[in-house]
Write a protein that binds this ligand. Structure first.
Ligand code: F6P
Length: 327
């Protein structure tokens, strides 16, 4: 039996990701279309605790679908992981009559939403918004496509200069716990190798392979490193290689937060719109405490509790492909 939802609160939490605005827009517009009231909660769970919650009529989301960042702002909120913080948040929502929540964020945000939904009678729907793509139960996360294309564009530019100077470039991309940006951008730019947190880094093997390439006069090489790989990131890897291969002209480039900003790609806008629409639809039909994903082009719902635990599986084939294609 579906519970009637009248007022929906939407928030963005954790690291921002391009496409979050498109998701907010979809939630607000779908809610309004169905005669529900939408509220924007500022700075993630922080706004729930601080009572920083604003009404969002349909026009409040005009002209944002193409914008990066998040108009609701975002934060990582420690207080929400304390019972006291969540109680305060609940009281503020109740005061306004908010009876459904949409949380756009990564696994940390879902952990908070899962705790909250177990304790209080406000159903929560999670939308996967993270450039890291490290969430199971969905083929896509909002922001990944834009971020990885930003990385590809940057690496292509670096390759031009690497080629002009016969240089070895170590390029660090984002991904503290996940190697998807590194893996995808590495394959797409013809990297020699890709170092990711999910696999042990073998720097000796990298040096051996580069030395063999040096003998063959293959001097232009790109190595893509995820920031969280276990040797210590781009600078450390570059230092080690430069010491062992003094003749190589080695440079490092840390791409950093440029990967988080910018106008969302068509794909990110599209999945954000579909997910935002399904989030409201879910609340209306009484689905609760699930993450909305897309698997094989169909909407797919994973209990929040499972979504926080499971990680996307990374295939060894991809690393093999890189090795073979880079010879
Ligand atoms: O979760 C997304 C992410 O971009 C990670 O890849 C990165 O390690 C982290 O956020 C950086 O977070 P912050 O912007 O807080 O330094």
């Amino acid at each position: 039996m579906a519970t009637k939802v009248n007022k929906i609160g939407v928030l963005t939490s954790g690291g921002d990701a391009p496409g979050m605005n498109a998701a907010i827009r979809a939630v607000v517009r779908t809610a309004t279309y169905n005669g529900l009231e939408a509220f924007g909660i500022m700075r993630g769970f922080m706004g729930m605790i601080d009572d920083d919650i604003v009404p969002m009529p349909s026009r409040s989301v005009a002209n944002i679908i193409q914008r990066g960042g998040t108009i609701l702002k975002t934060a990582r909120c420690k207080e929400f992981y304390e019972r006291e913080g969540r109680e305060k948040a609940y009281k503020n929502l109740k005061k306004l009559g908010i009876d459904g929540l949409v949380i756009i964020g990564g696994d940390g945000s879902f952990r908070g939403a899962d705790l909250f939904s177990r304790e209080f009678d406000i159903p929560c729907i999670g939308l996967p918004g993270t450039i890291d793509k490290d969430i199971a139960g969905t083929d896509f996360t909002i922001g990944f496509d834009t971020a990885v294309n930003t990385a590809v564009e940057a690496i292509d530019k670096i390759r031009d200069t690497a080629d002009a100077h016969d240089r070895l470039f170590i390029i660090e991309v984002m991904g503290r716990d996940a190697g998807y940006i590194a893996l995808h951008s590495g394959i797409a730019t013809g990297a020699e190798t890709v170092l990711i947190p999910e696999r042990k880094t073998d720097v000796e093997e990298i040096v051996r392979s580069l030395q063999e390439k040096e003998r063959r006069k293959k001097l232009v090489n790109i190595i893509v490193v995820a920031e969280g790989e276990d040797f210590g990131g781009g600078n450390e890897v570059a230092k080690f290689i430069a010491e062992r291969m003094p003749n190589a002209d080695t440079r490092v480039c840390i791409l950093g937060h440029i990967q988080r900003g910018g106008s969302p790609s068509c794909l990110d806008r599209l999945i954000a719109s579909r997910m935002g629409y399904s989030a409201v639809e879910s609340l209306m039909i009484g689905r609760h405490n699930v993450m909305v994903g897309i698997l094989n082009n169909r909407m797919y719902y994973t209990p929040l509790e499972k979504a926080v635990k499971a990680k996307q599986k990374l295939s060894d084939d991809w690393l093999k492909i890189i090795r073979i294609l880079a010879s």
